[in-house]
Design a protein around this ligand. Sequence first.
Ligand code: GDP
Length: 368
Amino acid sequence: METIYCQGCGAKIQTEDENKVGYAPVSALEREDVICKRCFRLKHYNEVQDVDLTDDDFLNLLHEIGDHDGLVVNIVDLFDVHGSFVDGLNRFVGQNEIILVGNKVDLLPSSINLNKVKHWMKRVAKEFGLKVKDVYLVSSKTGTNMEECAFELERLRQGRDIFVVGCTNVGKSTFINYLINRSIEQEQVITTSYFPGTTLGFIDIPLDDQSSLIDTPGIINRHQMAHYLSKNDLKVITPDKEVKPKVFQLESDQTLFFGALARLDIDKVDERKGFVCYVSNDIHIHRTKTDKADLLYDQHAGELLSPPSDETLDEMPPLEPQTLQLNRNHKQDIVFSGLGWVTVPKGKTSVTAYAPKGVRIIVRDAII
Ligand code: GDP
């Protein structure tokens, strides 16, 4: 096939993988001006769709952003903040200001102190080397705080372009689609325009005569649970409404299974205490004795312990243990990237946490 470039975003057209940059169905190649499926959706339905980017292209993409003057809007998933940060973003954004948007605020328990979350996010951003100008907590699905956020972005960009970046599944498309829908009349359609000098599939959505909102492809974060699961399993583990905390009173030598995706062994606690689990309401949490846990997993993973389902279990990397020493003076969260977290009360506690090999487990001070 001769090399064809999308007339919308400049990406190299390919016909193999619908989730990757530049995909167009074979039938589209007969047209004179070929555009990729993502540009087609924007052009005809005023809707952006996310596509994935490989690691190599990711570095080029960040360079492109650093070379332009604009406001960078980095979207992270509030349900998996550490997991959804983009590693290395700080090195490439150049002088551009960064606004952090924590999306999916509707999933957090309503008792949470959002100001505390904002401060905490600023600290996490710092750990990633990012100096953020401001943080907004929104739900692009329910619209919570979206008007304020859109208003502030308009003010802060001072006529410049806005680059929206994020890893896959943070809700970047939902966020942009919200902005598109609030700014246009029902039947008005956006035409994509070629973002000069890129072959990476930036989509350029005009904001006014001089500037645009630029949708960048989503970066695949391999340390997130989502990377290893089927679409169906992903549906189960991704919460779609406020997460209801589940409390388990546990003592030494007890184990919790989160489906067959993660496991937490309580190796030693000074006394029986309440461990609070924040995961999708649809994930079954199973409690057992640690000495029975291996056998239970061998016999029941994919059935009693699911997701993943029996069919997709084979494709998931095996669970790998990590022994964690928790700070006895603080309440802490053990976070399974993309799945949720367990809050451990203060006091002397040591646990072993298991997640599929490659999926990150981190310990943080409790956010609730
Ligand atoms: P992208 O890959 O970053 O473009 O993410 P999408 O916009 O495709 O969204 C990924 C998933 O998160 C979808 O299932 C969305 O319905 C869901 N989602 C997006 N925004 C929100 C939100 O604000 N709240 C909740 N609960 N879900 C959201």
